[in-house]
Write a new protein. Structure first.
Length: 255
């Protein structure tokens, strides 16, 4: 479990301290300039004369605080789970869902759409024993998933989601041995595409695609991992919707 002491208020306080450190650094520079020009401090104050980098000091202190909180959470976890109950499991799952930002409703009737245009077919590969199509599906309002749908000509009623690494495309996994075996055995396989770690220039900073989207989603009380979980869960919903062969068992996942 997460340490309950590390609340939103604590994180907000850390942010305010960090902003304050920037202001202190600016004040220090101002006072240094005053001292150099021979001016005295304002009434009731003293000049702040130091070479210390306040912003760096505050960030280092914040890092130490968070590491202590993580260690305290490890120690408290054993005590918390010493009394194992279904209620605690449900509460932990609900808290994890909240942390990941899994708060948006997925479509009640999920639909898997083929991605095709007049000049380009959705078909990626086919050899008579299986077909592979480019597909998209709605995860939540404003968010769609994309990937590859692999279907055997002799379906066995089993469905598998193969989740790639962020630096892998679905096409990279298509030729892997485990995906080939799943398709050959008759499984229906969906390989979703994840946001990559590609580094791009964004204004004055170089950020990965994941970090860039993580920052903006955090402001909305969400996480990039949560969005990607919604995409995967929407695939599961589609499997259960009955759109395809009769399911022989619950869906599985690899990755």
């Amino acid at each position: 479990m997460f340490n309950s002491n590390l609340t939103f208020g604590s994180l907000l306080g850390i942010a305010l301290l960090t902003l304050s450190s920037i202001a202190l650094g600016q004040d220090s520079a101002t006072n240094t300039a005053l001292a150099a020009s021979g001016h005295s401090a304002l009434p009731g104050t003293d000049l702040l004369e130091t070479q210390e980098d306040f912003a760096r000091t505050i960030v280092a202190g914040t890092d130490k605080f968070l590491l202590r909180q993580i260690e305290a959470a490890r120690e408290a976890r054993a005590d918390y789970w010493s009394d194992f109950t279904d209620e605690k499991v449900d509460a932990g799952r609900d808290r994890l869902k909240k942390i990941l930002g899994l708060r948006d409703d997925r479509p009640a009737k999920p639909v898997m759409e083929l991605i095709s245009t007049v000049g380009h077919s959705s078909l990626v590969a086919s050899d008579g024993k299986f077909t592979v199509h480019r597909v998209r599906w709605k995860a939540i309002d404003g968010i769609h998933g994309r990937g590859l749908l692999c279907q055997s000509a002799s379906p066995n009623g089993k469905n598998v989601i193969v989740i790639p690494d962020c630096d892998q495309t679905p096409e990279m996994l298509l030729g892997s041995s485990h995906v080939s075996r799943l398709i050959a055995s008759g499984c229906r396989v969906v390989i979703p595409s994840l946001i990559s770690r590609r580094v791009s220039k964004r204004r004055q900073s170089e950020l990965t695609d994941r970090e860039y989207l993580y920052r903006s989603s955090f402001e909305l009380g969400r996480q990039l991992a949560g969005y990607e979980l919604q995409k995967v869960l929407a695939i599961v919903d589609w499997f259960y919707s009955g759109d395809g062969p009769v399911m022989a068992s619950d869906p599985g996942s690899v990755g």
